[in-house]
Design a protein around this ligand. Structure first.
Ligand code: SER
Length: 621
């Protein structure tokens, strides 16, 4: 099946089981300050799992685009990717184990056409301390399902020493068969939902000797072994528990199902080939890489590895861009930059240094454009942005690598120099260092960067001494004006408007924020008048220090991508910081004490910076 066919087969199947099919949410979470990227299909569903009513009903399904940045260095083997699509279906207090396990089994064996003999499952062993028992209910359901298609159905309490025996159903503890956003029960914060799960594995066969040829060969192989013989293709989570403050678990108001299945992994199972990069999700990209570079995918381990990294990373970067994330030095943009620069570096390792990204973007658009039209709509912009990034980095890369080779000492200082001069993301230098057997610590890089920043601050402080005495005063006014602008935009355009960046000089303030379209002249006027009105009202600006949690509870705006200490300062603009305010933000300051100090302001410009991001310039007059 093609990617579109397989995705549709699942969605059609779930529709036939009375599910409402909803679109994939953005890969950049819209209202979830806990994470930079959507990493699983359930993330956008969390409120419904906790009991809120979903507008489309109690049975929902979709294919969710996900990005897991933490897997970036794992990419290169036959199955890891940073970008993936997760097939998902949810029961919000509707059906439970019996329906879920039967439907998934039916989908795999009847619609995808997998041989049931090659399917193996795991269930939760139970844990007395948690007061949650062995999931014998799921075992019984699985036994019946497998028996119906004539498969043997031994259940085995798995042990590392004894291996799998003749089992098909295995009990594992909470490190394997429990799912929550925070992982195992002990790691879950109070208020987090979770539950036991049942995972499905596809067996690529003992005859490939994947286990014998791996570093795990000393112990018996089993379904959760990392040798690659078995691939997890789906996970049915029975989300029925809520963690309490005292560490115990109570039942959620409803029994939920949260199912997630790897679209590409199911394609690999359908192919009966453990290499996900030879599925139709990747073959057109690999073919393009072959024609561009003149190398063959299988010709050497080096080429294979490079092609896999590039294929995954370019896909991921295109998906991020289609949701408005372009290469930059900050937040999500930094990951886009890392993906692209890593791709450029890997194509360099196989001796290719010409531009190639735009051509690959076209291929990714062919694979995913129909399902995700925002890729097609943004195509010229995506290609232009990637090509600009490529131009910048390709030139610097060879020089930087030469510089790296000549280095006598590889430490925080030299990593920072590579970053400053050649644009090497720290992680790239770290990877290069590992190849030379050296461990580089982020803290050393940070220290070098901070020392450099302190030096340049001293430099500029010296430069401006005397002459620009009042620069800081102006900056302070602009700083408070930035908060007013943010508040005015959110008041007029809704709280979907979020700050994406800001920059202040002695001449103006610049403010980036999320918004889909150009602001009309009328809207700009309303925003400005609102700010001027607040200035005229002579509103006091109050600084409070409080616990981060309390600050957020009190309505203060925080930037999810930023790390805050436990104690934060909050600046509130308004007559009463508790009950009568127009702006409240977590912020380091400094600010004016009263809005009247700002004086008059005007809007210089409003423009686009990236898809879904606008920029405004304001000036004191
Ligand atoms: N949330 C579960 C997972 O990510 C199932 O959807 O595996």
């Amino acid at each position: 099946m093609t990617p579109d066919e397989l995705r549709l087969a699942y969605l059609d199947f779930m529709e036939s089981k009375k599910h409402a099919i909803v679109p994939s949410s953005s890969i950049v979470p819209e209202n979830d300050p806990t994470t930079l990227f959507t990493g699983s299909g359930m993330q956008p569903m969390i409120t419904y799992l906790l009991g809120e009513t979903h507008p489309e009903g109690t049975r929902i399904a979709n294919s969710q685009r996900c990005f897991r940045s933490q897997d970036i260095e794992e990419v290169g083997d036959n199955r890891h990717t940073t970008y993936f699509e997760m097939l998902g279906n949810w029961s919000f207090g509707d059906y439970f184990k019996k329906e879920q396990l039967s439907w998934f089994f039916e989908f795999l064996t009847k619609k995808v056409g997998l041989d049931p003999e090659k399917l193996f499952v795991t269930v939760f062993r139970g844990n007395d301390k948690l007061g949650i028992g062995k999931d014998t209910e799921s075992v019984k359901i699985w036994q019946e399902l497998f028996a119906e298609v004539g498969c043997t159905v031994e259940d085995v309490d798995f042990s590392e020493r004894d291996g799998m025996g003749d089992g098909r159903i295995f009990y594992y503890d909470e490190t394997k068969n429990w799912w929550s956003r925070a992982g195992v029960p002990n790691n879950m914060p109070a208020g987090e939902p979770g539950g036991p799960d049942s995972e499905m594995f596809y067996d690529f066969g003992a005859e490939r000797q994947l286990h014998e040829n791996s570093e795990f060969a000393k112990l018996p192989c089993h379904v959760n072994c990392d040798c690659g013989r078995f691939l997890e293709i789906g996970n049915s989570v029975f989300m029925q528990y809520l963690k309490q403050a005292d560490g115990s678990f109570t039942e959620l108001p409803q029994q939920n199902v949260d199912f997630g299945g790897g679209l590409v992994r199911i394609a690999a199972a359908q192919n009966n080939d453990p290499d996900v990069f030879v599925t139709s999700f990747f073959t057109p990209i690999i073919a393009k890489l072959e024609s561009i570079t003149g190398k063959k995918y299988g010709e050497s381990e080096e080429v294979k590895y490079a092609f896999r990294v590039i294929a995954d990373h370019v896909c991921a970067a295109v998906m991020l861009a289609s949701d408005g994330v372009f290469p930059s030095n900050k937040e999500q943009g930094y990951f886009s930059r890392r993906l692209l620069r890593r791709s450029i570096r890997y194509i360099h390792t196989i001796g290719y240094d010409e531009p190639f990204l735009a051509e690959l973007v076209d291929v990714v658009a062919e694979i995913y454009g129909k399902a995700y039209p925002s890729i097609l709509n943004g195509l010229p912009q995506i290609k232009a942005s990637f090509t600009a990034e490529e131009k910048k980095f390709q030139k610097a890369l060879a020089k930087g690598l030469r510089h790296f080779t000549d280095l006598k000492v590889i430490d925080g200082e030299s990593a920072f120099a590579l970053y400053e001069t050649y644009g090497f993301p720290f992680e790239l230098t770290q990877e290069l260092a590992v190849e030379r057997g050296i461990t580089l610590k982020q803290a050393d890089f940070d220290a070098a960067r901070d020392a450099h920043a302190a030096k340049s601050r001293q430099g500029s402080a010296g430069k401006f001494k005397g002459g620009l005495q009042d620069t800081s005063e102006i900056a302070t006014k602009y700083h408070t004006a930035t908060h007013l602008l943010h508040a005015a935009l959110r008041k007029l355009l809704g709280t979907g408007v979020q700050q994406k960046g800001s920059n202040i000089t002695a001449e103006r303030l610049r403010f980036d924020f999320s918004f889909e379209r150009v602001l009309t002249a009328e809207e700009q006027k309303t925003v400005l008048n609102q700010i001027l009105e607040w200035i005229d009202k002579e509103l006091p600006v109050t600084k409070q220090t409080m616990e981060k949690e309390a600050a957020i509870k009190s309505g203060a705006i925080a930037f999810f991508s930023q790390k805050y200490p436990d104690q934060v300062s909050v600046y509130t603009i308004g007559l009463d910081p508790e009950s009568d305010w127009i702006s409240k933000e977590l912020c380091g300051g400094p600010h004016v004490q009263n809005t009247k100090e700002i004086g008059k302001l005007t809007i210089l410009k409003e423009q686009a910076v990236a898809a879904g991001v606008r920029r405004m310039y304001l000036q004191l007059v």
